[in-house]
Design a protein around this ligand. Structure first.
Ligand code: ADE
Length: 222
């Protein structure tokens, strides 16, 4: 998979791409991620990318030309173009799985007060990561990249994401490690029993209990 990101703040991605699982996935060629500065696509002599909005109102609006030119440059027949915006469809795990099937994703990060409405005509999907407004699409696009890349075959072991929260619309079961007792809190006996079938049964019960207590809305979906 290849991912191209269009942003006005490429430095925001540095730590994210150079640590842990995402770094390893890039190094092992499970994914190729390129960060592009929208400003590099501006033809203006001062590399201007935004202007005041027609009709008045506070703040600057991202102009269409740098984004159209960047997409012209990067888009191939199999590209899937996503705009990060609070007006998009709400992101979830099932959408993350759908995106793992794409060969090439272009993520467009909006910033400032907004972007020229004509930019919307370029995209296949608009994604919001939740009902709150961030200063730009950079963090949302990292959320999308992180959640998709960990699902790509070979990035983490399959068993670890097959039991993730939200698969089957259920939250994950509780896990424990050493010591067997800590400050009076004991690891449940069943996990120390070595009885595989009982462990599976207990985990399933815990998933149902947790989901019922914390996210009854998910149970309605399943
Ligand atoms: N840009 C600003 N806020 C956002 C959000 N919640 N989701 C996606 N993009 C955004």
């Amino acid at each position: 998979m290849k991912i191209d990101v269009l942003t006005l703040f490429p430095n925001m991605f540095e730590g994210f791409l150079n640590e842990s699982i995402i770094k390893r996935a890039c190094k092992n060629n499970n994914v190729t991620i390129n960060i592009h500065n929208i400003r590099d696509y501006s033809l203006d002599k001062h590399k201007k990318v935004d202007d005041y909005g027609f009709g008045g109102g506070a703040g600057m609006v991202l102009m269409p030309d740098p984004i159209f030119r960047a997409v012209d440059d990067l888009k191939k027949d199999d590209s899937f173009i996503i705009l990060l915006t609070p007006q998009g469809i709400q992101y979830n795990q099932s959408l993350a799985y759908d995106l793992t099937r794409k060969k090439h994703i272009i993520l467009i990060c909006g910033h400032y007060e907004g972007f020229d409405e004509r930019i919307r005509t370029l995209v296949d999907m608009e994604i919001s990561i939740g009902d709150y407004v961030l200063t730009g699409g950079e963090i949302p696009s990292m959320v999308v990249i992180d959640s998709v890349v960990r699902l790509i075959d070979g990035v983490i072991n399959k068993e670890s994401h097959e039991k993730d929260s939200f698969n089957d619309n259920l939250l994950d079961y509780p896990v424990y490690t050493h010591p067997k007792e800590y400050r009076g809190m004991k690891v449940p006996d069943v996990l120390l029993s070595g009885h595989h079938a009982n462990i599976l049964k207990w985990r399933r019960e815990q998933q149902l209990k947790r989901t019922k207590e914390r996210r009854p809305d998910l149970l309605e979906k399943s």
